[in-house]
Design a protein around this ligand. Structure first.
Ligand code: PMP
Length: 426
């Protein structure tokens, strides 16, 4: 088999350094070529083994290549390979399951990615309200499309001024987006007081995990609900990460705050390409093939039978086995162990997260509540430490503020090794 160095050189010639496999442009990953993954581990092209805490940004909650999910996909592949024409039994079962589990969901549209789900959510919100503006929050990420691919991480002095994370976004899109501070109830009230009549939607990661973990104040989520209800705006919870990773019903079940629309993805199919938009029937019914309707165009692969089979198998296992219990317990063990190790070393750190998600910020406490607080994190230390972890056979993405994930396939021994490796690397 070709060596990692040879493959990395071939990749440089034919694959750009930008998105996705262009994680290659992150120092520390330029030479990494992945060959195989199973359970809590993956192997590179030279046979090096890593215990994986990055987990491809989060989907494999059950672990990589879960045998039950793979068996369901293989079985579906022998039966039907056709989608986008008429509905399948599996698609109906999946929609019924999501509607049963997620409080706000009455009807469901399947997509192939989370980005498509958030795109459809904003389109349908604009169509339903006849309004233009979208409110989003610093530190939240909602996908790659123009409507929201702004301001993942904006500087505190630019709050309220949308700031593209990439060039090539239409200025009209920037003009139609208001970016506010997370957990800032006064900012939300002020935005609605000034622009309420023109706010189509508020979109929020109920727990902003794209900058590690900012836990929401209950009053903040409730204020979003109240202001949207009062102004007739659509509240969208982007649960692409928080969705089935934290709870079968999403963060909305944990918080008791119910959005109008919910986007899902990642963990619901354990790594197969899926997204879903669900919500109030009156909003979802705006999607139709009637010309002029918000979703007159459809996606060729929406409801792909192999992906639907993966989702049904994943959700079946999440319901039947103590997956959340296991990853929550290991998450607590990881956070406590890492915090203790860093305290022993006298390194100022905030070890935070929820359930299976954990992140170590290198900064003095208290736990951050908004993106501004994260500017206290020592990025050099954060990245430097992660670049040392492969020496101990552990992979955490060497990129500032990125969260880690624990899967059902990780064990207590894995977590103990993680804690010892962290102590050594720091
Ligand atoms: N919303 C959130 C909260 C996400 O984290 C992501 C992906 N990281 C997306 C939407 C976009 O999903 P996808 O990458 O599947 O398009």
């Amino acid at each position: 088999a070709p060596s990692g160095v040879t493959l990395a050189e071939r990749a440089r010639r034919v694959i750009p350094g930008g998105v996705n496999s262009g994680q290659r442009s992150i120092p520390g990953l330029t030479e990494m070529v992945i060959a195989r993954a199973s359970g809590a581990r993956f192997w590179d092209a030279d046979g090096r083994q890593y215990t994986d805490y990055h987990a491809a940004f989060g989907p494999p909650l059950l672990g990589h290549n879960d045998p039950d999910v793979n068996a369901a996909v293989a079985e579906a592949g022998t039966r039907v390979d056709l989608c986008g024409v008429a509905v399948t039994h599996g698609e109906i079962q999946l929609a019924e399951t999501l509607a049963e589990l997620v409080p706000s969901i009455e009807k469901v549209l399947l997509t192939s990615t989370g980005s498509e789900a958030t795109f459809h959510a904003l389109r349908v919100a604009r169509a339903a309200t006849g309004r233009r503006l979208v409110v989003k929050f610093q530190g939240c990420y909602h996908g790659w499309h123009d409507s929201v691919s702004l301001n993942v991480i904006s500087a505190p002095d630019r709050v309220g001024v949308p700031d593209p994370i990439s060039t090539g976004i239409l200025p009209e899109v920037l003009d139609a987006t208001l970016v506010l501070r997370f957990n800032d109830v006064a900012a939300v009230r002020a935005a609605f007081a000034a622009h309420g009549d023109d706010i189509a939607a508020v979109i929020v990661e109920p727990v902003p995990h794209n900058v590690g973990c900012l836990l929401p104040d209950q009053e903040f989520l409730q204020a979003l609900r109240d202001e949207c209800t009062r102004a007739g705006s659509v509240l969208v919870f982007d649960e692409v990460i928080t969705g089935f990773r934290h709870d079968l019903g999403g963060w909305q079940r944990i918080s008791g705050v119910t959005p109008d629309l919910t986007t899902l993805g990642k963990a619901i199919a354990n790594g197969y390409p899926i997204g879903a938009l669900g919500g109030r029937a009156d909003l979802m019914d705006l999607f139709s093939t009637r010309p002029g309707a918000p979703a007159f165009f459809a996606g060729t692969y929406n409801g792909h039978p192999a992906v639907v089979a993966a989702a049904l198998a994943t959700l079946g296992k999440l319901r039947a086995e103590p997956v959340h219990e296991h990853v929550y317990r290991l998450g607590e063990r990881a956070r406590a162990g890492i915090a203790e190790a860093l305290a022993d070393l006298g390194v100022p750190a905030v070890v935070t997260g929820h359930g299976s998600v954990f992140v170590t910020y290198f900064m003095p406490g208290p736990a951050p509540r908004s993106y501004d607080d994260l500017l206290r994190n020592d990025a050099g230390m954060f990245i430097g430490y992660r670049r040392r972890m492969p020496e101990h056979g552990i992979f955490e993405l060497p990129l500032n503020l990125k969260r880690n994930h624990i899967s059902y396939a990780h064990t207590d021994a894995d977590i103990d090794h993680l804690v010892e490796a962290t102590r050594a690397a720091v």
